[in-house]
Design a protein. Structure first.
Length: 175
């Protein structure tokens, strides 16, 4: 972990600078990360990639299996369970990465270009799933270059340029 260049980094009310390495490791389990380039493990099946956070957290195999299959179903990948990442299309890899990020029900989701490689219908579906998570008090931070997608979602929008905040736009009031 890199220390902040100024001020203090607080996540869920906890100052990370005050945590031990072990505590930081435990704290990270509350964060789901969606990576722009999937970062799936090529020597593991889709099922095993999605199950990895549950394995790390010590879930019993039967409980993990139920949750993994539900996540694969939710993201349209039940038939890809035994496939390896190299056999998947770009959008399938992205959806597997998203399933892995949300499988352990994190309190924070960090998503870097989560709809990259997805067609508009799948992009909307992924963002709908994120909205469902957000409705149960999951914090969601999405980094995206897809301004039209962000505009449709009506989220609070921050525009950054080289680390400087240019715009902080609040969501439009809903009728």
């Amino acid at each position: 972990m890199q220390a902040p260049s100024s001020r203090q980094l607080t996540v869920n009310g906890v100052s990370l600078s005050r945590l031990s390495t072990t505590q930081i490791t435990h704290h990270r389990r509350q964060i789901g990360s969606v990576f722009q380039d999937h970062l799936l493990l090529h020597n593991r099946s889709v099922y095993d990639n999605v199950a990895l956070p549950l394995e790390i957290c010590g879930y019993r195999p039967n409980d993990a299996a139920r949750r993994v299959r539900a996540a694969l179903d939710k993201f349209g990948l039940p038939e890809k369970e035994e496939s390896f990442p190299d056999a998947l299309l770009g959008g399938e890899k992205q959806r597997a990465g998203i399933a892995r990020a949300v499988i352990n029900r994190p309190s924070i989701i960090l998503a870097n270009e989560p709809t990259r490689n997805l067609d508009p219908a799948l992009s909307a579906e992924v963002m709908k799933v994120f909205r469902q998570f957000q409705s149960v008090w999951v914090y969601l931070l999405v980094a995206s270059h897809d301004a039209a997608l962000i505009e449709r979602l009506n989220y609070r929008t921050l525009v950054l340029d080289r680390g400087k905040l240019l715009v902080d736009q609040q969501p439009r009031p809903t009728a």
